[in-house]
Write a protein of this length. Sequence first.
Length: 244
Amino acid sequence: MQPHFLEIKSLAKRFPTKDGELTVFEDVSFGLERGEFVCIIGHSGCGKSTILNVLAGLDAPSDGEVLMAGKEVRGPALERGIVFQNYSLFPWLSALNNVIFGVAARWPGWSKTRVREHSLRYLHMVGLKDGAEQRKPSQLSGGMRQRVAIARAFAIEPKLLLLDEPFGALDALTRGTIQDELLKICAETHQTVFMITHDVDEAILLADRILLMTNGPQARIAESVRVSIDRPRERGSIVHDPGY
Ligand code: ADP
Ligand code: MG
């Protein structure tokens, strides 16, 4: 069988505590295909962010391994982009310069014009235009800031994009609009995405496949369901996918 583009094998994460250690999860294995949009859902505290941090290379696994295109993932790298719930934009830079910062680092050989045009293209894809690109994060609404964070992550064209509850802090209306934009940008770029959410509707709307993480002291990925709709997606149903 062909290996998956992203391969998570027997992954475990334990944190030391004052009287022993906390096993957040163990023996977790799954794979992601190139271009696939996978959501992981589960209750608060079950270990979703911990998995994402390991995939991002921000944290080391206690056991097991993460392979991307056959190579072990170690440490953070530009080939993986991340969006967190709290935007994490540079407050002193304009929206455009927040994107340019990453693009220039990713392609050091590019001319200034090329970097700028590439960055603007991604900002436009998420609806930032008419001068909004020049504003600083403090002059943008929460929704706009999260759009900038998404544009910045997509613009570096990472092999894997990791999203940790990116819409958790947004009101329902804004969330809906940005979800639509995310669908559009994914259809255009075929970006491989691993996204955490605790919103089942959101997972059904966005994902090709949903992983369910069970709650408890030793959370595991229990099941995988495939979302049975074609792109461009509409609200659809999920079917059990025992074959995965
Ligand atoms: P989720 O994102 O699903 O809400 P987390 O991955 O943030 O859950 O946390 C899972 C468990 O691991 C929680 O019990 C949390 O307290 C614990 N945990 C997370 N990070 C650390 C850490 N750095 N040190 C100790 N325990 C941690
Ligand atoms: Mg979390």
